[in-house]
Write a protein that binds this ligand. Sequence first.
Ligand code: HEC
Ligand code: HEC
Length: 511
Amino acid sequence: METIHGHRGGEADLRGRMLVSALGWLVGFGLVAAPALAVEPPKPTPELLTKGKELFKKECSVCHGAEGKGDGPAAYLLFPAPRDFTRGVFKLRSTPSGEPPLASDILRTITEGVPGSAMPGFPQLSEQDRWAIVYHLKKVGNVGEPEKAVTVKGVPPATPKRIARGKALYKDLKCWECHGEKGIGDGPSALTTKDDWGFPNPPNNFPQGVFKGGARPSDIYLRFTTGMDGSAMPSYEDSVRPDDRWSLVHYVKSLSGRRVVRQPGAGTIQAVRVKKLPAGPEDPGWAKVKPSSVPLMVLWQRMQWSHAVQVKAAHDGKRIAFLLAWEDETLGARPLKHHEFADAAALQFVLKPREGGDGPQFTMGDEDALVNIWYWRADREKAGQGSGRNVREGGGGARHSLVVPVAAATDGRGPVARIKRTPPVEDLNALGFGTVTPQSAAEQNVEGRSVRRGKGWAVLFTRTLDGEGPLDVRLAPGGSFPVAFAVCDGGVSDRDGKKAVSTWYTLRFEK
Ligand code: HEC
Ligand code: HEC
């Protein structure tokens, strides 16, 4: 990567020094508004349809494309691909196979998102706005009214007998051919299943708690009663009795236990005021700060990922410290093997919103919206440290302690030498996907320390509230700021666009 030193030219210059980096950080958008109370569906008036079209353009087109054809600028980063709405096909319905969905099915998808994919939830949009988008989608796909809906009545209890019956059915009905013996999505047919759009269509991992249309027994019952149109998942409405379907539901549920993967949407993280800022990830001072759990979604479907990052934030009026902690069973911190990739994490802030105050919509900010990114990489811990201390492989249960003072990572020859061996936490900017640019050595002012904690990482990021340069986000007590998170699991070859990300959350400062 090219680095330009001592440059403080602001955003115009940043455009000039855009660097093509494959690091795409896809985030959601839409800053937080209070969700409205549930109301009767509004009438699809022309005004509401116009509103729906506008909202779709603003919130959805980056993935689904301006015309809803599934070809937005981010689409190539995503697997499964964003839906092409012009065909009017929906996986998540409570209507029989081949029937259009209920409007409320689409509303539910928009509110909660689709776990196991890059479809975020939009709980921050008012219910009225979400209905407006539903009506727009129905128009785009020429979606009519279904002839009937499947009503789910009374969930029978999950007795051991019923679960055993479900297990036998799972075998007899050959669910395992696609879903695998243990339901992790590795059956012999999983490699060849395709969806109606011609893309590979491997099933998700049940034991991880990934259920696209919700994890309640009634949700799962609907999935194999109605089938998932457009996907390889057939409908069992005609071939399996309702009672047997319930046995299958409870067997499938028993595989995941209480685990439920949720999509990111919107929420608040409190930056609490403390007298003394914690100095490292293991500082006992953190015990007093409540964590916020921020769900992460995958951009590229796979069997396992970090489902959430636990975020703590504290400030002392001058500096802010964040503690990010997440589970990551496959340690990726081996800098010597080039076919492997490093674990990484990032915080993203809006430096300059677009006109009208909206957050940037696209990966790494967008053309008119500049972002500031604080980026940590496990392998650079070692490089920055410049000593022989090594990162041990594998979690192995025993806690591995890797505490590295980042800002102190110079080798005695000053900041220029420092930038050559990139420190573990870097201060970056971006103006859209593919434009990630590190600040100059002199401008680097985010410090960090990390520690391998159990089967995961805990990473501290700290900086002055003000930042110092024109490319640093300015934070202040009393204020609220959009922030988003990303985690890269190098141990499963995460890199570039392959990562788990959140949408925008609100960082609220205590005075
Ligand atoms: C970051 C990318 C992204 C954004 C933004 C996004 N979607 Fe999606 N959406 C997806 C992906 C990927 C899928 C495919 C999920 C799958 O097939 O499992 C999807 C699927 C859907 C589906 C299909 C569900 C079904 O039953 O088959 C609907 C409806 C939908 N999105 C609506 C929206 C709406 C409305 C918005 C904006 C308010 C939106 N999406 C924004 C990525 C996105
Ligand atoms: C031909 C392959 C195939 C067979 C056979 C099959 N499935 Fe599926 N199933 C899939 C695929 C693929 C998906 C995921 C579709 C998607 O997300 O696009 C799926 C999804 C599901 C889901 C929904 C999970 C969610 O995300 O909410 C459930 C539940 C399920 N299958 C259960 C079963 C059961 C039980 C059987 C046997 C009675 C079965 N499947 C048979 C391929 C199959």
